[in-house]
Design a binder for this molecule. Structure first.
Ligand code: GUN
Length: 281
């Protein structure tokens, strides 16, 4: 079994991006800039944002985090985004989710200029991705895609089963694999026989948020399994895949932690650099 090392893959990608930023600096005499907006004091969000900032600095991006209290008015955030949209030193804008209830998430997403939307959440980017045009691609599915390609560069004709239909993961993952000529099945909580679907799969991407859902006897021996889940249980964190069981059967598997997570952040940096490059044309 191949244990897919997301930490190592992310470190390699960051190294590539660091060289790319050096090249851009030499060419344009400026570096891509990422601004992250963090509202409230949720611990996971704070940890994510700290890691994003650290990684951005490591590859030489200009990085800024703007923090607001939970009570901040929606209008304040929208006005700040408008200001960042006009700021030429800002290549990418990310508003950390989830947001407090009184702030309309979709309004926030749609206020970010599509060309600075490093999350790929703006309807314009969602539409472009599904039409096969150039777009920002959400960081987590992009990271999953790059890990799958490392194990199997030629995905044409492979059967992929996605578990979970979220806008964040399942749907964009589908688009990325369709572009590679996979036959893609999207499954979800109302799917009749999930095990039977998984047993057909050459690739499984589990992104549903149910601890250790995917069992050893759901997986063929030549299947690549990508675990997007981060589930808190009594004694630690587990993914959506039963690691002990599936690692005995699958061809390749990502661990949790140390699989998809580090790649998500590296892909955010990649997206920021792509937004910068497109803005220089
Ligand atoms: N919160 C958890 N994951 C994400 C993500 O990919 N982007 C944003 N903006 N917030 C998140």
């Amino acid at each position: 079994m191949i244990l897919i090392d997301g930490k190592k893959a992310a470190a390699e990608l960051r190294e590539e991006l660091k060289h790319e930023v050096e090249g851009l600096k030499a060419k344009y005499n400026k570096v891509p800039g990422l601004t992250v907006i963090l509202i409230g004091d949720l611990t996971p969000s704070q940890i994510y944002v700290r890691n994003k900032e650290k990684s951005a600095n490591e590859v030489g991006l200009k990085s800024e985090v703007l923090k607001y209290p939970d009570s901040v008015e929606e209008k304040t955030i929208l006005e700040k985004i408008e200001e960042l949209n006009k700021d030429e030193t800002v290549s990418g804008i990310l508003v950390q989710l989830p947001l407090p209830k009184h702030i309309d998430k979709q309004k926030v997403i749609e206020t970010i200029l599509p060309s600075k939307d490093v999350d790929g959440f703006h309807p314009m980017n969602v539409g472009n991705l599904s039409s096969g045009y150039e777009s920002s691609v959400p960081c987590t599915p992009l990271g999953c895609y790059l890990l799958i390609k490392k194990v199997e560069p030629n995905l044409s004709g492979k059967k992929a089963v996605i578990i979970g239909r979220s806008n964040l993961n399942g749907k964009p993952m589908t688009q990325l694999l369709l572009k590679e000529n996979c036959t893609v099945t999207i499954t979800h909580s109302k799917t009749k026989d999930l095990k039977a679907e998984c047993l057909e799969a050459d690739i499984i991407v589990a992104a549903v948020g149910i601890p250790e859902l995917v069992k050893g006897d759901w997986v063929k021996k030549d299947t690549i399994v990508i675990d997007v889940g981060i589930n808190k249980i009594e004694n630690g964190i587990v993914g959506d895949v039963d690691f002990d069981e599936v690692s005995k059967n699958a061809k390749a598997l990502t661990p949790v932690p140390g699989g998809v997570g580090p790649m998500t952040i590296a892909c955010l940096l990649k997206n920021t650099i792509e937004c910068f490059k497109r803005s220089q044309i």
